[in-house]
Design a protein around this ligand. Sequence first.
Ligand code: NDP
Ligand code: MG
Ligand code: MG
Length: 332
Amino acid sequence: MAELFYDNDADISLIQGRKVAVLGYGSQGHAHALSLRDSGVDVRVGLHEGSKSRVKAEEQGLRVVTPAEAAAEADVIMVLVPDPIQAKVYEESVKGNLKDGDALFFGHGFNIRFDFIQPPAGVDVCMVAPKGPGHLVRRQFEEGRGVPCIAAVEQDATGNGFPLALSYAKAIGGTRAGVIKTTFTEETETDLFGEQAVLCGGTAALVKAGFETLTEAGYQPEIAYFECLHELKLIVDLMYEGGLDKMRWSISETAEWGDYVTGPRIITDQTKAEMKKVLAEIQDGTFAREWIAEYNAGLPRYNEYKKSDSESLLETTGKELRKLMSWVDDEA
Ligand code: NDP
Ligand code: MG
Ligand code: MG
């Protein structure tokens, strides 16, 4: 079973005694920087020239400097810029400003797990990753609660890496909910697998195939949209609240019977065999290498996929239908 840590297991004075740089002020960056500040931590935000987030950070009363200045001033550096540019930001702004005893923090293990960033031996390398989007992390903190986090230490130069990670997690509200100990390897591989096979890739492909099956059989796209995409939220909310049991308690017996007999005809042994291949390509670094190559080439295939899906009947139908739903916020 997982090891869990709460407020009483964490000493907030450790992080209060350090100088923290938060690089990036997006979803996670703003939540971490503001909550660290409110927890009495000495924090500065590192942002590049021309950053759109700069005004927001300054309006919230935070001091904004360049990533290099932030890294030079601080002895704990949390890297919360997008994953594909972290290696560049590290090379240009962080590497030359690391001293023995400093700690390099991440919110996701990608660049460490796949060796795009190789920190020097004298530096602690830690992860604190909230299991929720940054805006929820901040809102929960302000309400006196917290979002569960996972924490890991890849390199424990000082021997004090994990207590420091727990202290950081406490300052952003994580230990109020609970912190689970993991490793950079486990976090990175499971995160990539989950988003590809189930949460994003698997779900999007399932929705598209279902919608296409119905519309190709001559049913109205609007009806197919409701059945294959819109109602997914109701089902997922039930699973989120009470697992498969609560979902099955709420749906009709007919739907439940269809769930048992048809589900395994859709997600078959062949699908699971493919999942195992996907996992193997994550573990051996193939996915990471290909993704960074695509990113560095200017995202040609990524943009093609994006365009083709946004012009699909599924998406154009949804765009029109959502105008009928006053309660749905269609802003990206
Ligand atoms: P976002 O894309 O929301 O924000 C990125 C931030 O980095 C922006 O403020 C952006 O500024 C800034 N930025 C871009 N380039 C640079 C640069 N060269 N130097 C300094 N700052 C720069 O990122 P996320 O918060 O989504 O992700 C950050 C990390 O957190 C990632 O490792 C991610 O995997 C992890 N994570 C994210 C979660 C989430 O909920 N989104 C959940 C858990 C982990 P601007 O836009 O103003 O140019
Ligand atoms: Mg992810
Ligand atoms: Mg129905």
